[in-house]
Design a protein around this ligand. Structure first.
Ligand code: ADP
Ligand code: CDP
Length: 215
């Protein structure tokens, strides 16, 4: 059986950086499922779909053609052939993504795509519902956590012109939306190993995950 590592946790817990590092160390592919929800949201906004209207989002969810490149050194995401890696990190998409991701038709389509990619061989997959929903049979399940302050500080360091208070408020809002919706709550899989990264450096977290994976 090929190795699948599921990496879940809230925003700023270190999922992307840790997943890429672990994938590199083990020669695995890497999939950022959050980027797929962001790409779907980017497309909805470009099309003028009212993203707060679940029925309107559901009606268009089958249309965009999404493709994810899984090289941990150069992950890519395209929508209808256009590379949207940059625009999907913008504040407009960040503000709308939780609402779009809450729509069942969006989740069904993206989970199916994610399973197709995972089926092609060894991979580290990061997201919110990987251990519970997307890859419940993953051999290794990690749940990364960190204090709200540490997560906001890390996210804020990547942005310019945004206060730490605003970043922390945005993370709290998304945590709340992501964890209170009816489908796929942001819940730790019962069999996931929790790693608190608050006072660990990135390399220490990667080492810890590799140690868990070798067990
Ligand atoms: P997530 O994917 O969970 O949102 P990221 O991997 O994007 O988190 O990490 C957010 C930011 O925090 C990045 O700039 C990353 O370099 C930094 N970071 C990640 N893990 C740590 C850590 N253990 N210590 C300090 N900074 C970290
Ligand atoms: O990197 P960050 O944590 O800021 O967010 P992300 O991983 O890019 O995910 C963006 C949003 O997509 C999250 O806030 C969730 O609403 C949604 N998401 C999801 O619902 N399920 C996933 N497997 C991944 C992301």
């Amino acid at each position: 059986m090929t190795l699948v590592i599921a990496m879940d946790g809230p925003s700023g817990s270190g999922k992307s950086s840790v997943s890429k590092g672990v994938a590199r160390a083990l020669g695995l592919r890497y999939l950022d499922t959050g980027a797929m929800y962001r790409a779907m949201t980017w497309w909805m906004l470009r099309e003028g779909v009212p993203v707060e209207d679940p029925a309107a989002v559901a009606a268009r969810a089958a249309e965009p053609v999404l493709a994810s490149g899984t090289d941990p050194d150069a992950p890519t995401i395209t929508v209808d052939g256009v590379d949207v890696s940059g625009p999907i990190r913008g504040s407009e998409v960040t503000g709308a993504v939780s609402a779009v991701a809450a729509v069942p038709a969006v989740r069904e389509r993206l989970v199916a795509l994610q399973r197709e990619i995972i089926g092609a061989g060894g991979i580290v997959v990061e997201g919110r519902d990987i251990g519970n929903v997307v890859a419940p049979d993953a051999q290794v399940k990690i749940y990364l956590t960190a204090s709200a302050e540490a997560r906001a500080q890390r996210r804020n360091a990547e942005l310019t012109g945004v206060t730490i208070t605003a970043t922390q408020a945005d993370l709290a809002r998304r945590d709340r939306l992501d964890s209170t919706r009816k489908v796929d709550p942001l819940a730790q899989a019962a069999d996931a190993v929790e790693v608190d990264t608050t006072s660990l450096g990135l390399d220490e977290v990667i080492e810890e995950v590799l140690r868990i994976a070798r067990k």
